[in-house]
Write a protein that binds this ligand. Sequence first.
Ligand code: G4P
Length: 284
Amino acid sequence: AQLQWYPGHMAKAQREIEGRLKLVDMVIELVDARAPFSSRNHTFDRLLKNKPRLVIMTKKDLADPACTQTWIQKFEERGYKAIAVDLKHFKDTNKIIQYCLEILKDKRENEARKGLKPRAIRAMIVGVPNVGKSTLINALAKRKATVTGNKPGVTKAQQIIRVNKDFELFDTPGVLPPKYDDLEIARNVALIGSIKRDILPLDELFIYALSYLNKNYPDALKNRYQLTFDENDNWVLDAYEQIAKVRHLPLLKGEIDYERVQDLFFKDLSDGVFGGITWEKANV
Ligand code: G4P
Protein backbone atom coordinates (compact mmCIF):
# COMPACT_ATOMS: atom_id res chain seq x y z
CA ALA A 1 0.00 0.00 0.00
CA GLN A 2 1.10 3.54 -0.74
CA LEU A 3 1.20 5.39 2.57
CA GLN A 4 0.85 9.12 2.62
CA TRP A 5 2.98 10.50 5.35
CA TYR A 6 4.35 13.99 5.63
CA PRO A 7 7.77 14.64 7.20
CA GLY A 8 6.84 18.34 7.33
CA HIS A 9 4.45 17.63 10.18
CA MET A 10 7.30 16.08 12.11
CA ALA A 11 9.56 19.12 11.78
CA LYS A 12 6.82 21.45 12.94
CA ALA A 13 5.87 19.29 15.92
CA GLN A 14 9.51 18.92 16.83
CA ARG A 15 10.09 22.69 16.96
CA GLU A 16 6.95 23.21 18.98
CA ILE A 17 7.83 20.56 21.55
CA GLU A 18 11.48 21.57 21.75
CA GLY A 19 10.44 25.08 22.72
CA ARG A 20 8.20 23.91 25.52
CA LEU A 21 10.53 21.20 26.82
CA LYS A 22 12.83 23.86 28.22
CA LEU A 23 10.04 24.97 30.53
CA VAL A 24 9.21 21.62 32.11
CA ASP A 25 10.84 19.27 34.60
CA MET A 26 9.39 16.14 33.12
CA VAL A 27 7.27 14.60 30.41
CA ILE A 28 4.17 12.45 30.80
CA GLU A 29 4.01 10.35 27.65
CA LEU A 30 0.69 8.72 26.82
CA VAL A 31 0.68 5.56 24.75
CA ASP A 32 -2.31 3.43 23.78
CA ALA A 33 -2.30 0.13 25.68
CA ARG A 34 -3.69 -1.64 22.60
CA ALA A 35 -0.59 -0.83 20.55
CA PRO A 36 2.11 0.52 22.87
CA PHE A 37 4.87 0.43 20.25
CA SER A 38 2.98 1.79 17.25
CA SER A 39 1.27 4.55 19.23
CA ARG A 40 4.61 6.10 20.17
CA ASN A 41 6.64 8.29 17.90
CA HIS A 42 10.14 6.91 18.27
CA THR A 43 11.67 9.85 16.42
CA PHE A 44 10.83 11.94 19.46
CA ASP A 45 12.67 9.68 21.88
CA ARG A 46 15.91 11.50 21.18
CA LEU A 47 14.23 14.82 21.80
CA LEU A 48 12.59 13.76 25.05
CA LYS A 49 15.55 11.73 26.26
CA ASN A 50 17.02 14.18 28.72
CA LYS A 51 13.73 14.69 30.53
CA PRO A 52 12.50 12.33 33.22
CA ARG A 53 9.46 10.53 31.88
CA LEU A 54 6.33 8.81 33.15
CA VAL A 55 4.72 6.50 30.59
CA ILE A 56 0.96 6.15 30.95
CA MET A 57 -0.67 3.39 28.97
CA THR A 58 -4.22 4.61 28.34
CA LYS A 59 -7.33 2.66 27.29
CA LYS A 60 -6.39 -0.20 29.54
CA ASP A 61 -10.10 -1.15 29.50
CA LEU A 62 -9.89 -1.92 25.77
CA ALA A 63 -6.60 -3.85 25.89
CA ASP A 64 -5.66 -7.43 26.74
CA PRO A 65 -4.70 -7.34 30.46
CA ALA A 66 -1.95 -9.96 30.12
CA CYS A 67 -0.31 -8.00 27.30
CA THR A 68 -0.60 -4.77 29.28
CA GLN A 69 1.35 -6.40 32.12
CA THR A 70 4.20 -7.48 29.85
CA TRP A 71 4.33 -4.03 28.23
CA ILE A 72 4.66 -2.40 31.64
CA GLN A 73 7.59 -4.70 32.38
CA LYS A 74 9.12 -3.84 29.04
CA PHE A 75 8.91 -0.10 29.68
CA GLU A 76 10.35 -0.57 33.14
CA GLU A 77 13.25 -2.61 31.75
CA ARG A 78 14.01 0.41 29.61
CA GLY A 79 14.12 2.60 32.68
CA TYR A 80 10.72 4.29 32.49
CA LYS A 81 8.15 4.22 35.24
CA ALA A 82 4.98 2.94 33.52
CA ILE A 83 1.36 2.58 34.59
CA ALA A 84 -1.84 1.56 32.82
CA VAL A 85 -5.15 3.39 33.28
CA ASP A 86 -8.69 3.61 31.99
CA LEU A 87 -9.04 7.37 31.71
CA LYS A 88 -12.79 7.18 31.23
CA HIS A 89 -13.24 5.86 34.74
CA PHE A 90 -10.17 7.31 36.33
CA LYS A 91 -10.63 9.31 39.49
CA ASP A 92 -7.33 9.03 41.25
CA THR A 93 -5.38 11.80 39.52
CA ASN A 94 -3.43 12.29 42.71
CA LYS A 95 -1.75 8.97 42.06
CA ILE A 96 -0.26 10.33 38.84
CA ILE A 97 1.09 13.35 40.68
CA GLN A 98 2.60 11.04 43.29
CA TYR A 99 4.36 9.04 40.56
CA CYS A 100 5.73 12.26 39.08
CA LEU A 101 7.01 13.43 42.46
CA GLU A 102 8.64 10.05 42.98
CA ILE A 103 10.37 10.23 39.60
CA LEU A 104 11.80 13.64 40.51
CA LYS A 105 12.48 12.78 44.16
CA ASP A 106 16.29 12.76 43.94
CA LYS A 107 16.40 16.01 42.02
CA ARG A 108 14.12 17.70 44.54
CA GLU A 109 16.10 16.35 47.47
CA ASN A 110 19.28 17.67 45.92
CA GLU A 111 17.75 21.07 45.50
CA ALA A 112 16.56 21.02 49.10
CA ARG A 113 20.07 20.12 50.28
CA LYS A 114 21.41 23.09 48.39
CA GLY A 115 18.97 25.21 50.34
CA LEU A 116 16.69 25.92 47.37
CA LYS A 117 13.08 26.57 48.19
CA PRO A 118 10.86 23.65 47.11
CA ARG A 119 8.88 24.55 44.03
CA ALA A 120 6.11 22.87 42.11
CA ILE A 121 7.25 20.46 39.45
CA ARG A 122 6.07 21.22 35.98
CA ALA A 123 5.02 18.55 33.52
CA MET A 124 4.00 18.40 29.90
CA ILE A 125 1.72 15.75 28.48
CA VAL A 126 2.70 14.37 25.08
CA GLY A 127 1.36 11.69 22.77
CA VAL A 128 -0.01 10.89 19.34
CA PRO A 129 -3.59 11.93 18.48
CA ASN A 130 -6.54 10.29 20.24
CA VAL A 131 -4.49 8.68 22.98
CA GLY A 132 -6.32 10.54 25.78
CA LYS A 133 -4.20 13.66 26.29
CA SER A 134 -7.12 16.09 26.65
CA THR A 135 -9.03 13.68 28.84
CA LEU A 136 -6.09 13.46 31.23
CA ILE A 137 -5.42 17.21 31.26
CA ASN A 138 -9.09 17.84 32.06
CA ALA A 139 -9.05 15.24 34.82
CA LEU A 140 -5.95 16.74 36.38
CA ALA A 141 -7.07 20.34 35.95
CA LYS A 142 -10.58 20.09 37.34
CA ARG A 143 -9.31 19.96 40.89
CA LYS A 144 -9.68 23.66 41.57
CA ALA A 145 -7.17 24.55 38.90
CA THR A 146 -6.11 28.14 38.55
CA VAL A 147 -4.50 29.33 35.38
CA THR A 148 -1.35 31.17 36.28
CA GLY A 149 -0.24 31.89 32.70
CA ASN A 150 1.83 34.88 31.64
CA LYS A 151 5.07 33.32 32.74
CA PRO A 152 8.16 34.00 30.70
CA GLY A 153 8.24 31.94 27.56
CA VAL A 154 4.65 30.84 27.89
CA THR A 155 2.51 32.12 25.07
CA LYS A 156 -1.12 32.97 25.66
CA ALA A 157 -2.28 29.91 23.79
CA GLN A 158 -0.40 27.67 26.18
CA GLN A 159 -0.89 28.29 29.82
CA ILE A 160 0.41 26.67 32.91
CA ILE A 161 -2.17 25.19 35.21
CA ARG A 162 -1.35 24.93 38.89
CA VAL A 163 -2.97 21.66 39.96
CA ASN A 164 -1.70 21.84 43.53
CA LYS A 165 1.27 23.26 45.38
CA ASP A 166 3.56 20.52 44.07
CA PHE A 167 2.38 20.13 40.52
CA GLU A 168 1.85 22.30 37.45
CA LEU A 169 1.21 21.36 33.86
CA PHE A 170 0.74 22.86 30.41
CA ASP A 171 -2.94 23.16 29.60
CA THR A 172 -2.34 21.98 26.04
CA PRO A 173 -0.56 18.74 25.18
CA GLY A 174 2.40 18.19 22.90
CA VAL A 175 0.99 16.38 19.91
CA LEU A 176 3.35 13.85 18.41
CA PRO A 177 2.55 12.98 14.81
CA PRO A 178 2.05 9.22 14.51
CA LYS A 179 4.92 7.82 12.49
CA TYR A 180 3.20 5.39 10.20
CA ASP A 181 5.66 5.05 7.35
CA ASP A 182 5.80 1.33 8.06
CA LEU A 183 2.83 -0.80 7.00
CA GLU A 184 2.58 -2.75 10.23
CA ILE A 185 2.60 0.41 12.33
CA ALA A 186 0.09 2.07 10.00
CA ARG A 187 -2.25 -0.86 10.46
CA ASN A 188 -2.01 -0.69 14.22
CA VAL A 189 -2.54 3.06 14.48
CA ALA A 190 -5.48 2.79 12.09
CA LEU A 191 -7.01 -0.02 14.15
CA ILE A 192 -6.77 1.97 17.39
CA GLY A 193 -7.99 5.16 15.70
CA SER A 194 -4.89 7.38 15.93
CA ILE A 195 -5.17 8.10 12.23
CA LYS A 196 -8.16 7.87 9.94
CA ARG A 197 -8.67 4.27 9.02
CA ASP A 198 -8.99 5.03 5.34
CA ILE A 199 -5.31 5.88 5.15
CA LEU A 200 -5.15 2.19 4.24
CA PRO A 201 -7.43 0.26 1.88
CA LEU A 202 -10.24 -0.73 4.24
CA ASP A 203 -10.65 -4.20 2.82
CA GLU A 204 -6.98 -4.94 3.52
CA LEU A 205 -7.26 -3.55 7.03
CA PHE A 206 -10.39 -5.62 7.63
CA ILE A 207 -8.73 -8.81 6.41
CA TYR A 208 -5.63 -8.12 8.47
CA ALA A 209 -7.71 -7.50 11.61
CA LEU A 210 -9.84 -10.62 11.15
CA SER A 211 -6.78 -12.75 10.61
CA TYR A 212 -5.07 -11.30 13.69
CA LEU A 213 -8.15 -11.83 15.84
CA ASN A 214 -8.55 -15.35 14.55
CA LYS A 215 -4.97 -16.20 15.54
CA ASN A 216 -4.93 -14.39 18.86
CA TYR A 217 -8.52 -13.97 20.07
CA PRO A 218 -10.61 -16.59 18.22
CA ASP A 219 -13.37 -16.46 20.86
CA ALA A 220 -13.99 -12.80 20.07
CA LEU A 221 -15.05 -13.67 16.50
CA LYS A 222 -16.93 -16.73 17.62
CA ASN A 223 -18.95 -14.87 20.23
CA ARG A 224 -19.82 -11.89 18.10
CA TYR A 225 -20.33 -13.44 14.66
CA GLN A 226 -20.31 -17.20 15.24
CA LEU A 227 -17.30 -17.05 12.99
CA THR A 228 -14.55 -19.67 13.06
CA PHE A 229 -12.18 -20.39 10.22
CA ASP A 230 -8.87 -21.78 9.07
CA GLU A 231 -7.18 -19.55 6.58
CA ASN A 232 -8.06 -21.58 3.49
CA ASP A 233 -8.51 -20.17 -0.02
CA ASN A 234 -11.98 -18.90 0.58
CA TRP A 235 -11.84 -17.70 4.13
CA VAL A 236 -12.15 -14.00 3.34
CA LEU A 237 -15.35 -14.30 1.30
CA ASP A 238 -16.75 -16.79 3.78
CA ALA A 239 -16.06 -14.39 6.63
CA TYR A 240 -17.81 -11.48 4.88
CA GLU A 241 -20.76 -13.77 4.22
CA GLN A 242 -20.94 -15.05 7.78
CA ILE A 243 -20.81 -11.58 9.34
CA ALA A 244 -23.46 -10.27 6.93
CA LYS A 245 -25.67 -13.23 7.72
CA VAL A 246 -25.35 -13.15 11.49
CA ARG A 247 -25.93 -9.41 11.61
CA HIS A 248 -28.78 -9.53 9.07
CA LEU A 249 -27.23 -7.05 6.66
CA PRO A 250 -29.36 -6.47 3.56
CA LEU A 251 -27.90 -7.42 0.18
CA LEU A 252 -26.74 -4.75 -2.23
CA LYS A 253 -27.92 -5.48 -5.78
CA GLY A 254 -28.21 -9.13 -4.86
CA GLU A 255 -24.66 -9.27 -3.44
CA ILE A 256 -23.09 -9.03 -0.03
CA ASP A 257 -22.57 -5.38 0.87
CA TYR A 258 -18.84 -5.66 1.56
CA GLU A 259 -18.36 -2.09 2.65
CA ARG A 260 -21.19 -2.35 5.09
CA VAL A 261 -19.67 -5.48 6.61
CA GLN A 262 -16.38 -3.65 7.06
CA ASP A 263 -18.07 -0.61 8.60
CA LEU A 264 -19.96 -2.79 11.00
CA PHE A 265 -16.82 -4.63 12.00
CA PHE A 266 -14.85 -1.41 12.58
CA LYS A 267 -17.71 0.02 14.61
CA ASP A 268 -17.78 -3.12 16.75
CA LEU A 269 -14.05 -2.72 17.19
CA SER A 270 -14.32 0.93 18.30
CA ASP A 271 -17.14 0.03 20.66
CA GLY A 272 -14.93 -2.57 22.30
CA VAL A 273 -17.40 -5.42 21.81
CA PHE A 274 -14.64 -7.99 21.31
CA GLY A 275 -13.27 -7.52 24.82
CA GLY A 276 -9.66 -6.60 25.55
CA ILE A 277 -7.59 -6.71 22.37
CA THR A 278 -3.92 -5.78 22.03
CA TRP A 279 -2.57 -5.52 18.50
CA GLU A 280 1.10 -6.01 19.28
CA LYS A 281 2.97 -8.08 21.83
CA ALA A 282 5.77 -6.77 24.00
CA ASN A 283 8.26 -9.37 22.82
CA VAL A 284 8.22 -8.37 19.17
P1 G4P B 1 -6.24 13.30 22.60
O1 G4P B 1 -6.39 14.55 23.38
O2 G4P B 1 -4.97 12.57 22.90
O3 G4P B 1 -6.43 13.45 21.13
O4 G4P B 1 -7.37 12.27 23.08
P2 G4P B 1 -8.75 12.57 23.86
O5 G4P B 1 -8.47 12.91 25.28
O6 G4P B 1 -9.55 13.52 23.06
O7 G4P B 1 -9.40 11.13 23.83
C1 G4P B 1 -9.78 10.53 22.60
C2 G4P B 1 -10.93 9.57 22.82
O8 G4P B 1 -10.47 8.47 23.62
C3 G4P B 1 -12.11 10.16 23.57
O9 G4P B 1 -13.26 9.51 23.07
C4 G4P B 1 -11.87 9.69 25.00
O10 G4P B 1 -13.04 9.65 25.77
C5 G4P B 1 -11.31 8.32 24.75
N1 G4P B 1 -10.48 7.81 25.85
C6 G4P B 1 -9.42 8.42 26.42
N2 G4P B 1 -8.87 7.63 27.36
C7 G4P B 1 -9.59 6.48 27.39
C8 G4P B 1 -9.51 5.27 28.14
O11 G4P B 1 -8.63 5.06 29.01
N3 G4P B 1 -10.44 4.30 27.84
C9 G4P B 1 -11.40 4.47 26.90
N4 G4P B 1 -12.26 3.48 26.67
N5 G4P B 1 -11.51 5.61 26.17
C10 G4P B 1 -10.61 6.60 26.41
P3 G4P B 1 -14.27 10.20 22.09
O12 G4P B 1 -14.80 9.14 21.22
O13 G4P B 1 -13.65 11.40 21.47
O14 G4P B 1 -15.38 10.72 23.02
P4 G4P B 1 -16.22 9.88 24.09
O15 G4P B 1 -16.14 8.45 23.72
O16 G4P B 1 -15.58 10.18 25.41
O17 G4P B 1 -17.56 10.47 23.95
